[in-house]
Write a protein that binds this ligand. Structure first.
Ligand SMILES: [Zn+2]
Length: 181
């Protein structure tokens, strides 16, 4: 079951990067370090975020200085990006945001994080893995790119996927069910 879910996910990612103009998805060693930090932060929420995934976010300026960090502590609380953007304040303009999971793009209990990142003026977003949630499914990244933000997808992808494997499989099943109706 899990193996099947994982291969479905990889297929979805491959399909997206083939036609999606993903030439901007250049990821450096510094990017990987910041993403690993975001993963550490995300892990603090593990076990408390259901039905949401555990997500971490780090905002870094051009010189590599960390401006803000955040993680999603529990369902109903703000998302990781919100805490990190709050901590960074106006300095987030022109900065790079590292998020372990694609920013949400729908109005749930909180406004979409994709729009919060656009509003804050970040110039680049590095995403660990895309969100198979049928309500997000690449739309978060699309919102960023449509706003002129460089979005690199797949940094430390395997670790970001595995952190929320149960969520990933659950969302893939929902997406498959939605596409069958
Ligand atoms: Zn969000």
């Amino acid at each position: 079951m899990q193996a099947e879910g994982s291969s479905l996910y990889r297929l979805a990612v491959a399909a997206e990067s083939d036609g999606g103009g993903n030439e901007t998805a250049v990821v450096t060693e510094a990017d990987r370090l910041h993403m690993r930090r975001a993963l550490e932060l995300a892990a603090r929420g593990l076990g408390a975020t259901y039905p949401n995934p555990a997500v971490g976010c780090v905002i870094v300026d051009a010189s590599g200085r960390v401006l803000g960090e955040g993680f999603h502590p529990r369902a109903g609380m703000p998302h990781a990006e919100v805490y990190a953007l709050r901590a960074a304040g106006r300095a987030a303009a022109g900065a790079t945001a590292y998020v372990t999971l694609e920013p949400c793009n729908h109005f749930g209990r909180t406004p979409p994080c994709s729009r919060a990142l656009v509003a804050a003026g970040v110039s680049r977003v590095v995403v660990g893995c895309t969100d198979p949630n049928p309500l997000v499914g690449g739309c978060g990244v699309k919102t960023l790119r449509d706003a002129g933000i460089v979005a690199a997808v797949g940094c430390e992808q395997q670790a970001c996927y595995q952190l929320n494997e149960e969520f990933m499989v659950r969302m893939q099943e929902q997406a498959a069910a939605a596409s069958n109706t």
